[in-house]
Ligand binder design. Structure first.
Ligand SMILES: [Zn+2]
Length: 494
């Protein structure tokens, strides 16, 4: 029997405002769409956090035995500088500033995005479609919305008619906003828009003569509005009605609200059962922003090359740090937080390393099956990773007690404990045991080799050959192996 039949998941659904029991549309299958990055700059750490939350959710659903189709798009056209459909296309602007082709911008930052996510040990999504690869689908969608009377064309651009839509639907169903309030709150630049009403949003924009990223359409040579691509791609690959749609909290309005409206206007039905939103990441208690200097790039966490952190941290420590907060809580990125997570991560790994050599007994002093279900309960309760981690620390403590002969475990329970810890730590949280992964499983051989080099370095120092001793230290350091000279000899970190 698949695990999902034994576990009941509750998901906080932004649409209902409550934790709802998760029931997929087709038993055993889950369709999940997550809004991906706009590839015009290096991926922001806040976005990494959002994608990590959905990576963890993807991993957990797979662990439970669901067949998951996870679609995460790449926005490579149509995302303007602000959400009111004004300003330049973000990618076209970057291309103009750097004097390169827009597709060079897309290529550069798509590669950066993948490299960063790979470093953090993300699983690739099942499908990663691009906006430019789905222009035809978007044009067809606009035609249907116009035919259904919910969009209008002005001077080659097409806009969604929010007031008309709201007469028989609820624009604001997700963000809980009222259309009347939106009218008063929408700022508009005088004479720069052809919209009938300021809260209308673009489905198609006519391209200015200098705009390179343009496609022919029945209305003009132009490009699709940003909200449209996700409607086109999610329903193309997951069906007109699918299970989960996720993204960062900042996308709830207007992006996701517009997605619902487009679907309802085109197909007469709400597309998604569970809307999930990951909360934001701040740094040292303040909004992270390049302009204020309160900013760090993901790869600077690994190198330590940033004034806000005292040293580099492995991707797994950074991942562990992020998962120690619930995905719906604001996460404050601090050096102290990372240092504490590093200690916790090492404690957990040390306990895992003891698992193979623990003595077994005729009784267990911990109810291992009950502990195992507590781990599932934590994840079933809206993917509560901080509670899960607390249970894993409880297991680490128990393992240390067994090792110190202050507690006991049976052979059967030890097998369950080991399997459960491995599943939650490596498969579901996606952490990596840096000692064994660095050495591709040959950690003993690697440790032995480093110890040999330490011995040779000691001999070199005894012979006053400091050039050689420094060379050994520096070259190991280049490989990411740090030697620490202490009172009791030299130790090392892999
Ligand atoms: Zn989207």
């Amino acid at each position: 029997m698949p695990l999902y039949k034994q576990q009941e998941i509750k998901i906080y659904n932004s649409l209902s405002g409550e934790k709802d029991v998760f029931k997929p549309i087709h038993e055993g299958y889950v369709g999940m769409y997550v809004c991906g990055p706009t590839v015009y700059s290096n991926v922001h750490l806040g976005n990494v956090r959002t994608f990590m939350s959905f990576d963890m959710i993807f991993r957990y659903l797979k662990h439970l035995g669901f067949k998951v189709r996870y679609v995460r798009n790449i926005t490579d056209a149509g995302h303007l500088e602000n959400d009111a459909d004004e300003g330049e296309d973000r990618i076209a602007k970057k291309a103009r500033l750097e004097e390169i082709e827009p597709m060079e911008v897309v290529q550069r930052y798509t590669v950066d995005f993948h490299n960063t996510l790979n470093a953090f040990n993300f699983l690739p999504p099942s499908i990663e479609p691009t906006a430019t690869g789905h222009i035809i689908e978007q044009i067809e969608l606009i035609k249907t919305i116009i035919d259904n009377g919910f969009a209008y064309e002005v001077n080659g651009s097409v806009y969604f008619d929010v007031l008309k839509y709201n007469e028989i639907n609820n624009y604001g169903i997700l963000s809980k906003r009222k259309v009347e309030d939106l009218i008063h709150n929408t700022r508009e630049l005088d004479g720069q828009s052809d919209k009938k009403n300021p809260q209308d949003f673009a489905l198609w924009k006519k391209a200015e003569p200098r705009h390179i990223m343009r496609w022919p359409s029945p209305w003009s040579d132009g490009f699709p509005g940003w909200h449209l691509e996700c409607t086109a791609m999610s329903t193309k690959y997951l069906g007109e009605h699918f299970d989960i749609h996720g993204g960062g909290m900042d996308l709830k309005f207007p992006h996701h609200e517009c997605e619902i409206a487009q679907n309802q206007a085109a197909k007469g039905q709400t597309p998604v059962n569970y809307w999930m939103h990951a909360n934001m990441l701040i740094m040292n208690g303040k909004k992270m922003a390049k302009s204020t200097g309160n900013f760090i790039l993901p790869n600077e966490i690994f190198s330590g090359d940033n004034e806000h952190i005292s040293k580099g941290f492995t991707p797994s420590v950074a991942r562990f740090f992020m998962l120690q907060a619930h995905y719906r809580s604001v996460l404050d990125f601090t050096n102290d937080g990372l240092l504490a997570s590093e200690k916790g991560f090492n404690r957990l790994m040390d306990a895992i390393h003891l698992l193979d050599s623990l003595p077994t007994a005729t009784t267990s002093t911990l109810n291992v099956l009950e502990w195992k279900q507590k781990c599932y309960d934590a994840m079933n309760d809206d993917f509560n990773t901080p509670i899960l981690i607390a249970h894993l620390f409880e297991a680490a403590k128990y393992i240390n007690q067994i090792n110190d002969e202050k507690a006991t475990i049976t052979k059967e329970d030890l097998a369950i404990l080991k399997e459960t810890i491995h599943a939650f730590v490596f498969d579901i949280m996606g952490l990596q045991d840096t000692v064994s992964t660095n050495a591709n499983g040959n950690s003993d051989k690697l440790s032995g080799t480093v110890e040999l080099l330490i011995k040779l370095r000691q001999e070199a120092r005894a012979n006053k050959d400091f050039a050689l001793s420094d060379q050994i230290r520096n070259e190991l350091d280049t490989l990411g192996i740090q030697l620490n000279d202490g009172k009791d000899g030299t130790s090392f970190n892999l």
